[in-house]
Design a protein around this ligand. Sequence first.
Ligand code: KG4
Ligand code: ZN
Length: 339
Amino acid sequence: MSLILGIETSCDETGASVWDTKNGIRSNIIFSQIYLHKDHGGVIPEIASRSHLEKISFIIQKALTAAGIDRADIDVIAVTNKPGLSGSLLIGVSFAKALAWALQKPLIGIDHLEGHIFSSFLEHSVPFPHICLTASGGHTALYKVHNFGDFELLGETLDDAAGEAFDKVAKMVGLGYPGGPIIEQYARKVDFQDFCNYPRSLPKSFDFSFSGLKTAVLYDLVKKNLYNLEQKILNSAITDEDKQKVASSLLVCIKDIFLQKISLAVTQNPEIKAVTFVGGVACNKFIKQSLAEFCSNNGIKFFTPSAQYCTDNGAMIAFVGGYKTEQSRFSNYELDIFE
Ligand code: KG4
Ligand code: ZN
């Protein structure tokens, strides 16, 4: 049995967790900076790194206390070193190096996306091979996962991430940040109907494109005289009902795009045993339910982490650190960060 400390600071969440390779999650502490970035409508890198610096020591101590262990009990320190905001990554990696050196314990740099890909394993035993759809504010990609640490990229976004599309459209229609949860809330009020029929991009490819979707929403609003393109402001005549229609149509469109990619992946890989849906956008109950129904109709298992493991967290980093420890894939003190 090993106790892995997982540290996550790639974007706007300071996360620390203790993963027990025999008994599972011992603790998972997350400090979300959303309130610091809210008024800016997106993450401000300088504010993010300063906040990580302020909170990291406290969050790690909290994770150790909640796990009922002492610093000296840690066997391995796993830390996100890519990809992400460089200033934010530097805080986590520098802290992890210092801790590893002080305790004389091994250090492992973890790819944040690999963390998301295996986040379903924190609570479930997922069979291989499976298809993993990762959708967050920074990334959207489809993978075929063969084994622990062995996965293949099938396709990814060519421009914006799915979460970014939710965030940007929410900002455009004045719904606040982060957009995903508010869009879902608004869409529910009109029963997830499709009013605007926005374009479903790249239907025959595993790649995604969401920047065109944002533009399609904008021009549809302009056409309906609900947005002034010259002044870049909403028309004051826009109603809450108009916003519900935009939110619902956007959500249905993104759900359709996801379903279409998964359907294509399942058809082309008949040996796959399951589908997983991970990342911040996987908090969306409507999309989760649609994907679960598709899998059930096709005799495939479906897994998605609970919300606290969908958004950025240290537990998924600690989990990957766990199997890398077994594979003896450690890092040295020259561990660098990559954006
Ligand atoms: O994984 P995450 O916490 O951070 C990144 O790595 O980006 O994901 C945050 C993203 C945001 O874009 C947010 O709008 C989206 O996840 N999100 C949602 C929902 N909850 C969060 N998107 C759709 N529906 C939701 N319920
Ligand atoms: Zn993430």
